[in-house]
Design a protein around this ligand. Structure first.
Ligand SMILES: Cc1ncc(COP(=O)(O)O)c(C=O)c1O
Length: 377
């Protein structure tokens, strides 16, 4: 095996190499604590401030609406905890295809009163809001781009419909797989909260952000110093924040070119899958979906076996979310769209990033042919 073909970019991406310099700067030169009053501290504070402005500007927000966190999981938890702080018995509405950081936080904070929006077999969430207490709901939380199957929700429509049906709570969008890949403008969406993680757009791990339309309404979940306007205590991850802002800026600048390339790559694999007897698309081709995520089913072997066999060929994939990567039978997303694989069959998630090349796609197709000869006995 001479080369690794990394096609697991929905799990995480490789940092833009040119941003290593920024890391070095904020660990070795401008390394002071942004809360320190000396000149070095002020420099660090200014760097965080500039990054906040940059991130805010890229999503149509203003700087006081951005709270930096350790990533989307924390930001999602903060949103849901806030939904729960408003009432002794919080009422929350969500979909059946959320990331576990949303699903588990909801179960913790609102287990008695969670209403689930239905979806079709492609993971498109219905906007009817029938049979639920929408007028008394505190929070609606919906994933923008699904991390396992790539379905893009019509979030704007969901927000409009919810309001038309009398919803007066907060609307949260988990945009972790959307930010830096599809245009996101919080004013245009008209959401109250939006969350993201830097490592999904070629930024660093362990840093992300929460957008809040009205930050005054947010209560802290992590208490301590007055960082992040008192909404999230803890010494700032200065280097991570600065690198994240630069990564997002680059991802947004290159979005059109990256999207075009990802569309071509995805189409090439889609064409291969459609021509094959042993692979099938998990969701229909005409559904609105991310060009960066493709979910494919196969009857050749169980997921775990097939994923290892691809890895032996240098092709790194997963079957879905990192949380259930080798066991898609337990994926609630695949279950919710009625496509959980049997123990003998597989689901593969192939995901791209700006640094994916045509050689990676060709290598996947070549390896798939090998899988057919090896497992189709
Ligand atoms: C849709 C979605 N939400 C939230 C998260 C959590 O992100 P992190 O692990 O960076 O906190 C992920 C990560 O896979 C995701 O795909």
């Amino acid at each position: 095996m001479d080369k690794i073909h990394y096609l697991d970019n929905a799990a995480t991406t490789k940092l833009y190499p040119e941003l290593m310099e920024t890391f070095q700067r904020y660990y070795l030169d401008v390394f002071a604590n942004p809360s320190s009053l000396h000149k070095a501290g002020l420099m660090a504070e200014k760097a965080v401030l500039n990054s906040r402005k940059l991130v805010a500007g890229l999503i149509g927000a203003s700087e006081e609406q951005i709270i930096f966190t350790s990533g989307a999981s924390e930001a999602n938890n903060l949103v849901i905890a806030n939904g729960a702080f408003k009432r002794a018995e919080p009422v929350m509405i969500t979909s059946k295809i959320e990331h576990s950081s949303v699903k588990k936080a909801l179960n913790f904070y609102a287990h008695e009163h969670i209403y689930y929006l239905n979806n079709d077999q492609n993971g498109v969430i219905f906007t009817d809001f029938d049979n639920m207490e929408i007028e008394s709901a505190n929070l609606i939380t919906v994933i923008y781009v699904n991390n396992e199957i790539g379905t893009i929700q019509n979030v704007k429509e969901l927000i409009k419909k919810a309001k038309a049906k009398g919803f007066r709570g907060m609307f949260h969008v988990d945009a972790t797989q959307a930010i830096g890949k599809i245009p996101v403008d919080v004013k245009d969406l008209d959401c109250d909260f939006l969350t993201a993680s830097a490592h999904k757009f070629k930024g660093p791990k362990g840093v992300g952000f929460l957008y809040c339309k009205n930050p005054k309404l947010v209560n802290a979940m992590v208490f301590g110093g007055g960082q992040e306007f008192g909404k999230r205590a803890g010494t700032e991850n200065v280097a991570g924040i600065c690198v994240m802002a630069k990564a997002l800026s680059k991802a947004c600048k290159d979005m059109a070119a990256n999207t075009k390339k990802a569309f071509e790559f995805k189409q090439k694999i889609v064409d291969y899958v459609k021509a094959s007897e042993h692979f099938a698309l998990t969701i229909d081709e005409d559904v609105k979906q991310s060009p960066f995520i493709l979910s494919v089913r196969s009857d050749l072997a169980p997921s775990e076996v097939l994923l290892h066999a691809y890895a032996d060929e240098g092709i790194y994939l997963s079957s879905g979310s990192a949380c259930n990567s080798s066991n898609p039978q337990t994926s609630s997303v695949l279950g919710a769209i009625g496509k959980a694989p049997s123990p003998e069959t597989a689901v593969l998630r192939i995901s791209f990033a700006a640094d994916t090349g045509i050689n990676d796609i060709n290598a996947f197709i070549k390896a798939s042919e090998k899988m057919v000869s090896r497992f189709n006995k």
